[in-house]
Design a binder for this molecule. Structure first.
Ligand SMILES: NC(=O)c1ccc[n+]([C@@H]2O[C@H](COP(=O)([O-])OP(=O)(O)OC[C@H]3O[C@@H](n4cnc5c(N)ncnc54)[C@H](OP(=O)(O)O)[C@@H]3O)[C@@H](O)[C@H]2O)c1
Length: 288
């Protein structure tokens, strides 16, 4: 077993995130995770404890579509753990209808992309204090059909669930590549990890009847959530890939991205727009 480390996993009340927590505690690591409410935190802890009674696991209640909740959870984590070894940005949602958070941002963009940008910014100082910090962004082959809409990332005029999902998963890749290119620290690596098709409830929660039916049909071919967590855990922990930063991974191997993810100008525009939407001035500057 590798020496115990501290990992953060977002969106871990069920699905791939919960299994990511389980795999990390199985390797002997301490895991801090977020879930939407205290009830969901408690439920996830009881599930983990039933298979791993000695697990070092801490839950933080946070609605990851809200920047105020993300800032609070990150501050609490850093106050307790000034050194963090890995962050797995896993939280994700799929919505059939256009929906704004109470902070006025379209919910899928806020959850699937902006939470990754903000959480990484806030935990970056703690990751930097690790021997070698790793950031894993859970992405998807759905980036193939994504289009980044810089002026209207919430697709307020022509929203569709596929459009918002494709955009957010493409944004995960551009964020990974831009972060890798701009980060000033050599002891930080960043990975985009595709879990493949996984049999979870993601398409059953905020979907209309047609999308629910389509997901029920499609997910039958999916892997288990535990199998879906493998690439994230591999990128976050495997010694052999510690310094391979800025790549897209699937099934524990580097994979080429679709042409939609190969526009560096768009990557830069998205970086600036996302920082502006999160109220971030200097991304790598430690807050006082
Ligand atoms: N399943 C697939 O085939 C597949 C394929 C490619 C990529 N992915 C990616 O894998 C990641 C995990 O998805 P999954 O399939 O495991 O879905 P899931 O089972 O629905 O898990 C998503 C997790 O995120 C949480 N979450 C969503 N919105 C949240 C919010 N605003 N605040 C706090 N927690 C929130 C969910 O909690 P609640 O239930 O409370 O919302 C749940 O714990 C996502 O990034 C997804 O895009 C999945």
């Amino acid at each position: 077993m590798s020496s115990p480390k501290i990992y953060v996993v977002t969106g871990a009340s069920q699905g791939i995130g919960l299994e990511t927590v389980r795999s990390l505690v199985d390797l002997g690591h301490r895991v801090l995770f977020t879930a939407r409410s205290q009830g969901k935190v408690d439920h996830a802890i009881s599930i983990i404890m039933s298979s791993h009674p000695d697990a070092l696991v801490e839950g933080y209640a946070a609605d990851m579509s809200l920047q105020s909740d993300i800032r609070k959870a990150a501050a609490e984590m850093i106050a307790k753990h000034p050194v963090i070894d890995g962050l797995i940005n896993n939280v994700g949602t799929w919505m059939s209808n256009h929906h704004l958070t109470k902070e006025g941002i379209e919910t899928v963009f806020a959850t699937n992309h902006l939470s990754y940008v903000l959480m990484t910014h806030l935990l970056y100082p703690a990751l930097k204090r690790s021997g070698h910090g790793r950031i894993v962004n859970v992405a998807s082959n759905a980036h193939s059909y994504g289009k980044i809409n810089i002026p209207d990332p919430g697709y307020s005029k022509n929203y569709h669930g596929l459009r918002s999902n494709g955009q957010s998963k493409l944004a995960n890749l551009y964020f990974t590549f831009e972060l890798d290119a701009l980060k000033p620290d050599t002891n930080i690596s960043v990975y985009a990890a595709s879990p493949g098709l996984v049999k979870t409830d993601i398409g059953l929660k905020h979907t209309n009847w047609l999308h629910t039916l389509a997901w029920k049909f499609r997910r039958r071919k999916g892997q288990t959530p535990s199998e879906g967590s493998r690439t994230s855990v591999f990128c976050a922990t495997d010694p052999s890939v510690e310094r391979i930063s800025g790549k897209y991974w699937e099934s524990n191997k580097v994979k080429d991205v679709f042409p939609s993810a190969k526009d560096p100008v768009l990557g830069k525009q998205l970086w600036d727009r996302s920082n502006q939407m999160c109220g971030i001035g200097d991304y790598f500057k430690e807050r006082g």
